[in-house]
Design a binder for this molecule. Structure first.
Ligand code: AHR
Length: 492
């Protein structure tokens, strides 16, 4: 099969905000405990943080990490996780039916984030709590005043404020699984009032309001309209979440990137509809702050033994085809960089994660680690609109799906054009022609490939079956193997 991509500087989508390569750590399963924190681990540092996972997070170059949830945040008292550890309460977490020891809270997490070279994206509890606790929390984290919560932070050993710049107004408040789920009206009101007090305490922050927790929520559309009607003047971003699974065969699974693309474009349109309705000059952008493949371990908490501390929950074992879709979803974020400014791969360690650990043992890279790594390392600069000429197939919805899925990024600073490309054909290699009309004199200088014959193969602690390979550059057009992920770098 042959395909052609045409891209030029004059047809650019926008500049990538590096925060689209963010991730997420929730107090859920072994994400925090035995993921980032395990004081008895041989690699643990002076604060009890695992050195092996810290190194892998640094390798990924994660710019921002959402914390502490997720569903967990809707029942969380942030004050339980500060100060003297010996006095911290053990509490029932009703989101994951676990026991939360509170050994790690914002005191520790902001320190872990500093060591990992990342920023905290903090979520406040708008389930069981509201504006009052949120304003106290931001005073504790960010205020420099001589006042109760800022002084409490100092007493706890943190003279300097944490300086957290990105705040989420609750989590998935549209979902009936959420602790204290709300109607759009109810959420719109509490989010507005919370947004006001948060920005009064620290006007330098940015705020994310909850959009839909899935493209296919029955309330999608109306939820956004109502929430934006209330919050538009006070927020900076609206959130989107989505998780996909292979329910109808691999070709259809790989077409889920198109569903994500539609979700983004439809949500952006609704933001603009409310902008027009309000006659506002402000643009509300998007925060895709939970996305991934997740289906094998969905609802696992309902059948797992209850009230365990840091149980092994949602430990999805990703295979090669999952890495292909994650690669495509990253391209979807890149190709929508004009509206999506934040993205969080959910999650980072152990829980539906690119990084896995064994308690007291090693850490390893799941298959999805690699497309995420390369997007974060090389997907920087200006995204050019890629016009593709390629054969295709039909998705289960009847959509036309080209076999080739791609993004083209002009990384001016590095003097390179980076083409990410997945060949979604399950049986045919693809000979690719690329025309970069404004990049005369550029030629292909590297071709990184992720390929396994077995789409169901996984990486385990014993063996990482999926590893990137460097393909030899020949004079002919690059060949994208059947069901492969590729990164092509062109330099002058
Ligand atoms: O990431 C796992 C869960 O998925 C999060 O807690 C929740 O926000 C979403 O439903």
């Amino acid at each position: 099969m042959k395909a052609k991509i045409t891209a030029s500087k004059s047809n650019a989508i926008g500049k990538i905000d590096r925060r689209i390569y963010g991730s997420f750590i929730e107090h859920l399963g072994r994400a925090v405990y035995n993921g980032i924190y395990e004081p008895t681990h041989e690699s643990a540092d002076d604060k009890g943080f695992r050195g092996d996972t810290l190194a892998l997070v640094k390798e990924l170059g994660v710019p921002v990490v959402r914390y502490p949830g997720g569903n967990f945040v809707s029942g969380y008292n942030w004050e339980d996780g500060i100060g003297d550890r010996a006095k911290r309460p053990r509490k029932l977490d009703l989101a994951w039916l676990s026991v939360e020891s509170n050994e790690v809270g914002i005191d520790e997490f902001q320190e872990w984030a500093r060591r990992a070279g990342t920023e905290v994206m903090m979520a406040v509890n708008l389930g069981t709590r509201g504006a009052d606790e949120a304003r106290n929390c931001i005073e504790y984290c960010n205020a420099t005043t001589d006042s109760y919560y800022a002084n409490l932070r100092r007493q706890n050993g943190f003279e300097e404020p944490f300086g957290i710049k990105l705040w989420c107004l609750g989590n998935e408040m549209d979902g009936d699984w959420q602790i204290c789920h709300k109607t759009a009206e109810e959420y719109g009101r509490v989010a507005t009032e919370t947004a006001k007090v948060l920005k009064w305490v620290d006007p330098s922050i940015e705020l994310v309001a909850c959009g839909s927790s899935d493209h296919h929520m029955p309330t999608f559309g109306e939820w956004e309209r109502t929430v934006l009607d209330h919050t538009y003047d006070y927020i900076d971003y609206l959130s989107l979440h989505c998780y996909y699974g292979n329910y109808r065969g691999t070709e259809d699974f790989l077409a889920r990137a198109e569903d994500m693309d539609r979700f983004i474009k439809e949500t952006a349109s609704i933001c603009d509809e409310i902008k027009a309705k309000k006659g506002s000059s402000k643009v509300v952008n998007l925060s895709f702050d939970e996305w991934n493949v997740w289906y094998r371990t969905k609802d696992e908490e309902k059948t797992a033994p209850r009230w365990q501390s840091a149980p092994a929950l949602l430990e999805e074992k990703f295979n090669f085809e999952d890495a292909l879709l994650v690669g495509c979803m990253l391209m979807t974020l890149q190709n929508n960089c004009d509206r999506v400014k934040i993205g969080c791969l959910a999650q980072l360690i152990n829980v539906i994660a690119p990084i896995m650990t064994e308690n007291g043992g090693g850490a390893w890279r799941q298959t999805i680690f690699y497309p995420y790594l390369y997007a974060s390392m090389h997907g920087n600069g200006t995204v050019l609109r890629a016009e593709c000429d390629c054969e295709g197939y039909k998705s289960s919805e009847g959509w036309d799906i080209p076999y080739l899925y791609t993004s083209v990024i002009d990384n001016e600073d590095a003097g390179e054009v980076v083409v990410f490309a997945v060949n979604r054909s399950l049986d045919t290699d693809l000979e690719l022609e690329i025309e970069l009309s404004d990049h005369k004199g550029y030629s292909l200088c590297s071709h990184t490939e992720l390929y396994l014959d077995d789409l169901k193969a996984t990486n385990t602690k014993e063996k990482e079956l999926l590893l990137p390979t460097e393909r030899e550059i020949t004079a002919t057009s690059p060949l994208l193997k059947k069901h492969s992920w590729n990164m092509l770098i062109y330099k002058r």
